[in-house]
Design a protein around this ligand. Structure first.
Ligand code: DAT
Ligand code: MG
Length: 140
């Protein structure tokens, strides 16, 4: 399989509770390495653009408002099967369904305020990384 990269966001509910370190520890303990990271406050344009795939969903407005409600940490993660591995470490979208020990089972507050984002496939990962990072910001 070889090394792969994926895109991750630590969401505003997690920065608000000052648990970014706990979340990064879970990612690192799961075999992923942070190769790019920055703390940003998303603009409306960024939040709407990033989640454009969900724009017809009933929760779109709420999702965009939430992602703009505080700082986030955007990251590029690297590791074996990084896309799938990150999804495993995160757990299911709804924390009520997330497996024990996953980030969302331990930290997420609700289906909307669920602490982390992770790319859902290798093509999405490439697009999402490019949305927030230039090549020279990624140091593997
Ligand atoms: P994931 O973040 O696990 O990839 P997704 O891509 O289906 O999940 O949805 C993106 C985000 O939208 C999700 O992390 C939280 C929000 N969301 C999804 N379903 C929702 C719902 N039924 N109600 C409120 N927010 C929801
Ligand atoms: Mg998704």
């Amino acid at each position: 399989m070889g090394l792969e990269r994926t895109f991750s966001i630590i969401k505003p509910d997690a920065t608000r509770r000052n648990i970014t370190g706990k979340i990064i520890s879970k990612l690192e303990e799961g075999g992923l390495r942070v190769v790019a990271s920055k703390r940003i406050h998303m603009s409306q344009e960024q939040a709407e653009g990033f989640y454009a795939v969900h724009k017809e969903r009933p929760f779109f407005g709420e999702l965009v408002e939430f992602m703009m409600s505080g700082p986030v940490v955007v990251q590029v993660l690297e590791g074996e099967n990084a896309v799938a591995r990150n999804r495993e470490i995160m757990g299911a979208t709804n924390p009520a369904d997330a497996a024990e020990g996953t980030i969302r089972a331990e930290f997420a507050e609700s289906i909307g305020e669920n602490s982390v984002h992770g790319s859902d496939g290798p093509d999405t990962a490439k697009d999402e990384i490019a949305f927030f990072f230039s090549d020279d910001e990624i140091v593997g």
